[in-house]
Design a protein around this ligand. Structure first.
Ligand code: SAH
Length: 253
């Protein structure tokens, strides 16, 4: 696929950014590398003149940016999302290196929309936000000083995307893709599976919402490790629905 088209399928999602200057810097970083789809989840201050100033010639990206209340909304319609984190989390996907993960991101972009997800300047990404992503990346740094400025982190990843998209060799094929495979499930389809699973587990008594423990994050981690296909989500939901029929439990959408 044309590298420019491939880059246009990558959403850069900034979760709860506090500083408008960093939003502008991220837009500039994206445009220099040929990315254009900026998303913001609950930005503290946007639009803002400071964002425009730092974006310089990339104010068009700010004007076209999408602002949402939740990460789920920003990821709707995507089939692969990569979390950017300076630290390994208890329950997130294993941290990979930028180059290898970007190769996979671009392979997925051949089939549809994908996302790079960045955290807040002070607290980074929450565990819940990370569990909405299927892969995680850390930018290798000085171990004693590992936190990059948000705009700088966006720049590094966008650069890697451009280098890989324009490399002469074709992007690697996403693991698990066979000629018989169905398209990757989208974020909203996988969320539908989680909701269905939770409803059935609550009904059977396997899951107690009063004492949730770590069951739901662990299941998200399990399914997040694999690239679920649409057919597979439908099979799993069909199994759940069949248990609901037997137990007379109203089906949750
Ligand atoms: N203090 C925060 C870091 C915030 S920096 C923390 O400890 O998590 C803002 C965002 O930039 C991070 O959430 C992450 O998305 C990205 N970032 C900064 N440094 C990074 C690194 N070394 N590797 C990957 N992402 C990084």
């Amino acid at each position: 696929m044309n590298p420019e088209v491939l880059l246009s399928r990558i959403r850069v999602v900034l979760c709860r950014p506090s500083h408008p200057g960093n939003i502008g810097a991220a837009a500039r970083a994206m445009k220099t590398m040929g990315l254009s789809r900026l998303y913001m989840v609950a930005p503290k201050q946007f639009p803002d003149p400071e964002a425009d100033t730092r974006a310089t010639g990339a104010v068009d990206l700010l004007a076209q940016a999408t602002v949402t209340n939740t990460l789920k909304e920003a990821l709707a319609g995507t089939s692969f999302a990569v979390a950017l984190s300076a630290r390994q989390r208890d329950l997130g996907p294993e941290l990979g290196a930028p180059r290898e993960t970007v190769a996979r991101l671009l392979a997925e972009a051949e089939d549809g929309e994908v996302a790079l997800v960045f955290g807040n300047e002070t607290v980074g990404l929450s565990n819940e936000e990370i569990l909405n992503c299927q892969a995680a990346v850390t930018i290798p740094t000085n171990p004693d000083f590992s936190s990059l400025n948000l705009g700088a982190a966006v720049q590094v990843l966008c650069y890697e995307c451009r280098m890989t998209a324009f490399a002469a060799k074709p992007p690697v094929i996403a693991p698990g893709v066979t000629p018989f495979a169905s398209p990757a499930a989208t974020h909203d389809e996988v969320e539908g599976l989680y909701g269905h699973l939770e409803a059935v587990m609550t009904h059977t008594g396997f899951f107690n919402p009063e004492q949730p423990g770590r069951l739901l994050p662990k299941l998200r981690r399990l399914f997040g490790r694999i690239r679920l296909e649409r057919d597979e989500v439908n099979i799993l939901r069909g199994i759940l629905a069949s248990t609901q029929v037997r137990t007379g439990h109203g089906r949750k959408p």
